[in-house]
Design a binder for this molecule. Structure first.
Ligand code: SF4
Length: 251
């Protein structure tokens, strides 16, 4: 799949949601590791069994991440708006995630102090206190919530570990100042239906994010059971959020 990253540091890329963003891939290069198997994942299906010891996988080493980032930042990338943890799966699964966050903050402060550090996370690891504390140190936490109920969660995000949507909500309520990212699709297994949207809004009212990013498919995806929404449909979702004073942006 086109979305699989072959390096630790990639870009900078022009991102719809982050502007000019330099990506950090904390997952093994050329392999996706995730707690979800979303129908729309640009990295393709999740093939790795993450219930086995996660340490068996070839995560990039701390020293290599540091070297790759320093090399990229010393290349005069003054226009970079965000350094973003993303890549081939869920970034917080790296066994040294919290130490890496501290190091990346130090490197950013030295080379590009104005640049924000962001993460795109699927919100499944928030029970881990070290990960939760590390996330709090970042400038921008963009946390996934596409489903409003357990049924859609199972069909759409397809967790590959024991986790329920209630665990996700509990974790998100422990994080302040977050941005929620929600990818909507229609089709047989899409999440664009009245019941899911109404349940999703109820969850947002509990989480109280500072804003919500609403978007649809823009890249390749593995499932035949979903289809992209058009701008009008995305804007209709936004109109529902306006009724509840929930801030959002459509991308
Ligand atoms: S959470 Fe992200 S990386 Fe994981 S399967 Fe879903 S889209 Fe892919």
């Amino acid at each position: 799949m086109a979305g699989i990253k072959q390096n630790i540091v990639y870009g900078p890329v022009l991102s719809r949601r982050l502007g000019i963003s330099l990506g950090i891939n904390l997952l093994p290069v050329s392999k996706k590791i995730c707690t979800f198997d979303c129908l729309y994942c640009e990295c393709g299906w999740t093939k790795v069994n993450i219930n086995e010891s996660i340490k068996n996988y070839d995560f990039p080493e701390f020293k290599d991440i540091k070297v790759a980032l320093i090399n990229a930042l010393s290349n005069n990338y003054h226009s970079i708006e965000h350094i973003t943890f993303a890549g081939n799966g869920e970034p917080t699964l790296h066994p040294d995630f919290s130490s890496i966050v501290d190091e990346v903050i130090m490197i950013r402060d030295k080379f590009l102090p104005e640049t924000k550090i962001a993460i795109l996370s699927n919100s499944t690891t928030l029970k881990n206190a070290n990960i939760l504390e590390a996330l709090k140190k970042l400038d921008l936490r963009i946390m996934k919530l596409d489903a409003g109920n357990q049924e859609t969660f199972k069909i759409y995000n397809r967790p590959v570990v024991e986790i329920n949507i209630s665990d996700i909500i509990e974790g998100l309520m422990n994080l302040k100042e977050i941005v929620i990212q929600s990818l909507f699709t229609k089709g047989k297994c899409g999440n664009y239906n009245n019941k899911n949207i109404s349940d999703w809004i109820n969850l947002l009212l509990k989480i109280k994010p500072k804003s919500v990013q609403i978007y649809s498919l823009d890249r390749s995806y593995p499932s035949d059971d979903i289809l992209p929404l058009n701008k009008k449909e995305l804007t209709e979702i936004q109109s529902e959020l306006v009724k509840y004073n929930i801030k959002s942006e459509v991308f």
